[in-house]
Design a protein around this ligand. Sequence first.
Ligand SMILES: Cc1cc2nc3c(=O)[nH]c(=O)nc-3n(C[C@H](O)[C@H](O)[C@H](O)COP(=O)(O)OP(=O)(O)OC[C@H]3O[C@@H](n4cnc5c(N)ncnc54)[C@H](O)[C@@H]3O)c2cc1C
Length: 506
Amino acid sequence: MQSILICGGGTAGWMTALYLSHLYNRVEHRVDIQLIESSAQPPVGVGEATVHGIRHFLQLLSINEAEFMQATDATFKLGIEFINWKKAQNGQTHSYWHPFDFQTPEVNGMDLAHCWLSQTHKVQDYAHSVSISPFLAKRGKAPKFVEMADYQAPIPYAYHFDAGKLAEYLKKLAVRRGVKHQVADITHVQVSTDATVKKITGIDTSIGRLTADMYFDCTGFRGMLMQALESNNQDNAENEWVDWSSELLCDRALAVQTQYPQGQAPALHTQAIAMNNGWRWRIGLQNRIGNGYVYSSQFCTEEQAAEELSQALNLPDNTEFKSLKMRIGHRKQSWLGNCCAIGLSSGFIEPLESTGIYLIEAGLRLFGEYAQSGNLPLIQQHYNRILNDIYADLKSFIVLHYILSDRDDSKFWRFWQTQRYRDPQLDAWLDLWQHKVIESSDFLAQKSVLFNQINYRFVVYGMGHLPQQPFVGVNPPAQQQLLAQMAAFCQQQPDRHPSQMQLLGL
Ligand SMILES: Cc1cc2nc3c(=O)[nH]c(=O)nc-3n(C[C@H](O)[C@H](O)[C@H](O)COP(=O)(O)OP(=O)(O)OC[C@H]3O[C@@H](n4cnc5c(N)ncnc54)[C@H](O)[C@@H]3O)c2cc1C
């Protein structure tokens, strides 16, 4: 392979450009990499919260952390707070956290979840009992210390950033590293006239015909290259799109940016606040807040969603929202012939756990591993299978958030209670977890474990789905002592951390 053409200059396109230039040209220039993007079709412009694996990706690409954070108005993210996903109880709004820390549940040979479950009267909710992140966030404290190296910290963290500024920053770096960039509109994708050969033979654009040995489709929901390839193989059932629109109801989003009220500092966590017909995000950057309502068009119109969001954010009547249609599902074959789809062109699961950018990274890393090998059909088959398993795993985890809700105050929430699609694996687990603690062994039969027992515990216990019988601990006094130590640590340790504002120099 001597040349690569990346089509699309959103987050996926520029992450792909940087990753491929790292993969092929780090030591010596081996492959010509070119990226084209349209002037008429802007990137989706959302996707501002991430998961903690992004740190390793940025580090792999030798990106300076402070420079990156400054260029993208980034803040630290310690997790997600879910608000209103259950009915209020005794006048108290329900909320729970899914933090990034607490990746190893054992402390002093004891599992903190066991300790928490064995408490007859729970002093704190699950996340506040086993994780320091909510405490750091509450006090505006950073997960790392000033003197720490890039991407290192005692507490795992991710970022919130400005999607537009991220693409600009990655573009500058990629061009500096030798990626050729051109503004060009794709008008037609040429594919092999032989329907048995899955091959793009050229891309017609506003600046002429472009060809390469390998193509990356980063054209977002349009998936222009993949669509052309697939339509050449209409009778081939393998090329189906896996449609999850009936399993995950939210298919639209409205986004709007707001300013901080005077004196309010950026939060260190994403908020996912349940609404009448979906949920809304609140993502605090250094200089502004990103908000968006992810809703189901089956249950409300755009006008109704806009009104509900306006009310929630106290916005003036004439506020303009960015309106987005989401195609929920994924391609069965994201790598087909000489084209690989990365980003929204490959697939999308709604952004409740901020996983869109993670999926870009996962697709690229997988390509990096597999592209080195020879037998292409076999390699592609495995690549696609692994990616499809990751999508399926993620979909189940997102569905979990909805089916544990007891809300019945709108048609949308009642639908989840009564008519929802039934995921046999999830239903089996939830039955099982009424009788036992969620453990790693429960996931052994899974093909992919993007989310494991640690993540499931935060959501399942956070939503109050606990074993019916009291959990009998092995050593109750020692377990209670450990919980007390943890509580003291969570109270005191934040004193030692610098504030986020201090660390960001704001
Ligand atoms: C409502 C919503 C919220 C989200 N929130 C999150 C989140 O919190 N966290 C997260 O990780 N992910 C999130 N995502 C996903 C995230 O936004 C995407 O994964 C990410 O932005 C990558 O998008 P992309 O680059 O694939 O597509 P796009 O940003 O749409 O880019 C497509 C590119 O293709 C180009 N293009 C299109 N047509 C042509 C043409 N004819 N010729 C040439 N070029 C063309 C465009 O110019 C553009 O450069 C969210 C997505 C949505 C819809």
